[in-house]
Design a binder for this molecule. Sequence first.
Ligand code: NAG
Ligand code: NAG
Ligand code: NAG
Ligand code: NAG
Ligand code: NAG
Ligand code: NAG
Ligand code: NAG
Length: 291
Amino acid sequence: MLSASYLSLLGLAIAASSAQKCPLQFDARVPAGSTPFSFDLSSSPFGTQFVFGQNLSWSEIIELPNINGSLFDGTENIAIEVTLSDASIFAPSPTNIQTGFRRAELNPASNNGTDPSTLGIKTLHFSVRKDDSRPLNLTHEYQLVFLESATFSTNQFVLKTGTIAGQPTAQSSDLLVLQGNVNAPVVENLFNVTFLADTWHNFAIVLDFTANTTQVLYSQNSAALVNVTGVLSNDISGQGQFHFGALKKGTGVGLTDVTKQGFQESGINEGVIYGGIFEEISTGGCVSLSL
Ligand SMILES: *[C@@H]1O[C@H](CO)[C@@H](O)[C@H](O)[C@H]1NC(C)=O
Ligand SMILES: *[C@@H]1O[C@H](CO)[C@@H](O)[C@H](O)[C@H]1NC(C)=O
Ligand SMILES: *[C@@H]1O[C@H](CO)[C@@H](O)[C@H](O)[C@H]1NC(C)=O
Ligand SMILES: *[C@@H]1O[C@H](CO)[C@@H](O)[C@H](O)[C@H]1NC(C)=O
Ligand SMILES: *[C@@H]1O[C@H](CO)[C@@H](O)[C@H](O)[C@H]1NC(C)=O
Ligand SMILES: *[C@@H]1O[C@H](CO)[C@@H](O)[C@H](O)[C@H]1NC(C)=O
Ligand SMILES: *[C@@H]1O[C@H](CO)[C@@H](O)[C@H](O)[C@H]1NC(C)=O
């Protein structure tokens, strides 16, 4: 008896020191040894069918940049890059072809829109980074990371960059701007930071679905996360799916359907690098600040 309890305590201690301190809801970190083809297989940490160009597969979209992983990747996980090309035209159905956008976004495999990742109190972690060799066109607006509700009627939060609709024209287009619910009467900028090159931008977003609040933590490179906002009111109801990648909007004025209208230049080769994507259960205030 004594020896069995001792062993189980030891087991817990080992688990706690080799992972985050909080229980995980999903772990979409990408194990070392993965290849672009790994993202076409059902063993991928992400869904294999969405969201990307009609005639593409993930193996044609994912690149593996030769850089060190992010804050929560350790040595066991690697960075990945999500790329956009002229073929990045998503068709939710054969008759609904989103020619106004260029899109490639990963959804965590277990995050089906009505799963527990959008209930209770959860913290979403991710790190994002520029690729100097596949720059974004900052004349356009990009959504990089967002939660889209299960009815596709809103984004409860969205990390944007580029020329963001509704923002002052004098504002730099080279910011990462985290906005709250885009259907709010006034869309709030919850946090922003310059999208510095050659830098990991580490985010944790504490989502209290029981109270409709959002809190942001942030750091760069290997620094531990710190609170950069308080606990902010933000309507995060409606469940849905987390997206990680790039949704590039068209340019132009007076558009009535941004999914199909606007200008998109051809010949693009753009990318955004991600690491350390996971969600932890933050009941009782548990939030990991570093690995
Ligand atoms: C990557 O990590 C290794 C080991 O921690 C370190 O020696 C190296 O300087 C890092 N490389 C870069 C480009 O940061
Ligand atoms: C996908 O391929 C089909 C057949 O070649 C073509 O008709 C369609 O336009 C392509 N879709 C996109 C978004 O390029
Ligand atoms: C989504 O996942 C939840 C639990 O993880 C499950 O109960 C539910 O049936 C799933 N829904 C669909 C449509 O697969
Ligand atoms: C960036 O986008 C603008 C607006 O679509 C376009 O006029 C310009 O040619 C693009 N720049 C590059 C380098 O593609
Ligand atoms: C960015 O954050 C700073 C500091 O909180 C704030 O003063 C500024 O208005 C914010 N800018 C945007 C575009 O949200
Ligand atoms: C969050 O806000 C929405 C919109 O006001 C509301 O319908 C929902 O009940 C709220 N959820 C909680 C847990 O308060
Ligand atoms: C960050 O904010 C949370 C929630 O308000 C609080 O519990 C925690 O103490 C704060 N951390 C620091 C270091 O201030």
